[in-house]
Design a protein around this ligand. Structure first.
Ligand SMILES: *[C@@H]1O[C@H](CO)[C@@H](O)[C@H](O)[C@H]1NC(C)=O
Ligand SMILES: *[C@@H]1O[C@H](CO)[C@@H](O)[C@H](O)[C@H]1NC(C)=O
Ligand SMILES: *[C@@H]1O[C@H](CO)[C@@H](O)[C@H](O)[C@H]1NC(C)=O
Ligand SMILES: *[C@@H]1O[C@H](CO)[C@@H](O)[C@H](O)[C@H]1NC(C)=O
Ligand SMILES: *[C@@H]1O[C@H](CO)[C@@H](O)[C@H](O)[C@H]1NC(C)=O
Ligand SMILES: *[C@@H]1O[C@H](CO)[C@@H](O)[C@H](O)[C@H]1NC(C)=O
Ligand SMILES: *[C@@H]1O[C@H](CO)[C@@H](O)[C@H](O)[C@H]1NC(C)=O
Ligand SMILES: *[C@@H]1O[C@H](CO)[C@@H](O)[C@H](O)[C@H]1NC(C)=O
Ligand SMILES: *[C@@H]1O[C@H](CO)[C@@H](O)[C@H](O)[C@H]1NC(C)=O
Ligand SMILES: *[C@@H]1O[C@H](CO)[C@@H](O)[C@H](O)[C@H]1NC(C)=O
Ligand SMILES: *[C@@H]1O[C@H](CO)[C@@H](O)[C@H](O)[C@H]1NC(C)=O
Ligand SMILES: *[C@@H]1O[C@H](CO)[C@@H](O)[C@H](O)[C@H]1NC(C)=O
Length: 466
């Protein structure tokens, strides 16, 4: 990481900067502020920027070498009782120093920042994030917003705002229709996003209302320069109603109890095709991009086209499925397996939350899917929603994994191998109390920032101080 921002200088406390002649940067780290009540998680404060209040990371590190890179995080409050001081985007080091304080949404009702990550568009690395409005239904949350691309000088280069023609719960006209779950930049320079369309249909086949309502979970491919949708995939065209594991509420008889029967939360490229994760069917689909057909289905309970999933490898209510390598005869992919939904040990609270990596043989055969690694060390975690699991760096031979536990404000870095099922918890950090503060996902990776703005310093008692 090469960085010359204000906060990064803060991270290099005590460094003598020749350009400043005799001057030394003194005690330039942040100081920690705790609220007078125990309900606000401790935060950091800076003399130069009173408005920057990132959380203080509570870190447990055993001293093993960590992967290089910065952490991208988006703390937000779930119920507003126990809370984070600042909601919004932050880039921090593994040791809890602030690198970049992004836009914040403090106090704005249902307005959020989500999915802060690094992505490469046509060979250039950007920070990308979603910002928009969250709308809560029954057993679902949909988002309507924009995706912004910030370059290495921290200036916004593109903001993508498609009008997809969606029917919404509040019947409001939303300017921009991207859902918060997924915004994936393809190797060919487009953006894959999720969107939810309220649709009326006969649900009697699943014991629902004859004039029932469902959320049609859609994928759109967006042209980044024009914001036009150039390809659309609709769950209702491909996934039967009876594939859902989510019970209907009151037969889904009106729009406010509409049934989110599929809930696509992640979409990424799988060679020239797509890998799609559906939390509410407990299924992963390989979708042929040329005609939209499902090439194969892997089901967390039945195995789907494989006809079996080993008992200890089952998955339910999972998020964030990503391909790590593939060949004509196999695919390796990972997911964040919540296992739970509705209360920590609610209706489906059958097993602790884990990160998991699979290898599937292709084409689908009765050969059992293989679990390569399961990440579940020390105390079991029970995460009801959100979460992510990634390779750092993002290539197939990486030996570092980074997990965000979603509704549990906990981040973990693991080393893996050599060999299968060898995992080593190297580091963890907490940024709030469980089920009170959350980050939809969190990422770690190398980033080079060259801020356009000059750094700010404060002069105190003859020395330079941050
Ligand atoms: C805590 O309370 C004291 C006295 O009322 C006040 O001076 C201080 O600013 C408060 N601190 C915070 C973080 O609110
Ligand atoms: C949540 O806030 C309440 C009220 O301030 C406090 O008593 C409690 O300890 C907090 N819980 C956590 C986990 O921080
Ligand atoms: C998204 O961008 C559009 C157009 O730039 C703007 O009008 C709108 O306010 C933005 N919406 C959000 C939620 O940021
Ligand atoms: C990315 O590259 C593609 C293919 O050359 C081009 O069509 C597209 O406009 C580029 N996107 C941006 C945002 O520059
Ligand atoms: C959303 O559903 C309505 C019908 O309820 C339909 O007219 C509209 O075309 C759909 N929009 C998309 C993007 O599929
Ligand atoms: C519908 O209800 C009937 C009677 O309670 C039950 O036997 C059947 O399994 C239900 N079907 C579905 C799809 O839930
Ligand atoms: C859904 O219904 C079809 C028949 O309409 C049946 O063939 C299929 O097995 C059912 N799937 C599930 C998951 O129950
Ligand atoms: C929809 O039905 C639910 C009960 O299932 C009811 O509480 C709610 O008020 C209804 N909403 C509208 C808009 O009629
Ligand atoms: C779905 O919503 C209903 C009504 O609020 C609730 O009783 C049920 O527990 C929810 N189901 C899940 C899986 O969260
Ligand atoms: C959930 O159940 C497990 C196993 O019974 C238990 O260890 C754990 O403490 C429970 N978690 C909560 C939040 O109740
Ligand atoms: C990893 O462990 C699981 C049991 O948790 C086992 O089913 C699987 O075969 C192991 N994977 C390998 C590659 O040995
Ligand atoms: C990963 O390792 C394999 C086998 O050594 C090699 O063929 C491949 O090029 C490597 N991939 C990357 C991205 O380094």
């Amino acid at each position: 990481m090469r960085q010359s921002s204000l906060a990064s200088i803060g991270a290099l406390a005590g460094l003598v900067v020749p350009a400043l002649g005799q001057t030394q940067l003194l005690s330039s780290r942040q100081s920690v502020r705790s609220a007078n009540t125990s309900s606000i998680w401790p935060w950091l404060v800076y003399k130069t920027e009173a408005s920057f209040n990132p959380p203080q990371l509570s870190i447990d590190w055993k001293g093993e070498v960590l992967e290089s890179g910065v952490i991208l995080l988006e703390p937000r409050n779930i119920d507003g009782y126990n809370s984070t001081k600042q909601e919004g985007l932050v880039m921090m080091t593994s040791f809890g120093d602030l690198v970049w304080n992004g836009p914040t949404s403090n106090g704005a009702a249902n307005f959020e920042y989500n999915n802060f990550r690094m992505q490469t568009l046509n060979g250039t690395q950007y920070l990308t994030y979603w910002h928009g409005y969250r709308q809560d239904g029954i057993n679902t949350t949909t988002g309507y917003g924009n995706v912004s691309f910030v370059d290495s000088s921290y200036e916004t280069k593109f903001t993508v705002c498609p009008d997809l023609g969606l029917t919404t719960l509040d019947t409001a006209i939303h300017t921009c229709d991207i859902d918060y779950n997924e915004q994936f930049v393809t190797p060919w320079g487009t953006l894959l996003v999720t969107a939810y369309n309220l649709t009326q249909m006969d649900l009697t086949s699943v014991n629902g209302s004859a004039t029932g309502w469902v959320w049609d979970s859609q994928i759109h491919e967006i042209d980044i320069t024009t914001s036009n949708s150039i390809w659309k995939w609709s769950a209702l065209d491909h996934i039967p109603l009876n594939a859902s594991q989510l019970p209907l509420t009151d037969g889904a008889h009106n729009a406010s109890v509409a049934w989110d029967y599929v809930h696509i939360d992640s979409v990424s490229t799988y060679n020239e095709n797509l890998l799609v994760n559906a939390r509410h069917t407990w299924e992963v689909y390989a979708v042929d991009k040329s005609d939209g057909e499902i090439m194969w289905t892997f089901n967390g309970e039945t195995g789907g086209d494989w006809g079996i999933v080993p008992e200890e490898s089952s998955f339910r209510w999972q998020y964030h499925t990503r391909v790590h390598s593939s060949s004509p005869s196999s695919i390796i992919f990972s997911m964040f397996v919540n296992h739970n939904y509705a209360g920590a040990n609610g209706t489906s609270g059958t097993a602790p939350t884990v990160g998991r990596e699979f290898r599937l043989n292709l084409p689908p055969t009765s050969l059992s899917p293989l679990t390569l690694n399961t990440f579940n060390e020390s105390t079991s975690q029970w995460s009801d929603s959100f979460g992510s699991f990634d390779y750092v760096p993002a290539n197939q031979n990486s030996t570092t994994r980074f997990i965000s536990y979603g509704q549990l404000p906990l981040l973990r870095e693991f080393g893996v191998g050599p060999g299968a099922n060898v995992t080593d918890l190297k580091w963890e950090a907490r940024y709030g109390p469980d089920n009170e503060v959350a980050s939809y996902r969190a990422y770690k990776g190398d980033w080079t920032g060259v801020p356009a703005a000059a750094p700010k310093v404060v002069l105190e008692g003859g020395g330079w101080r941050m």
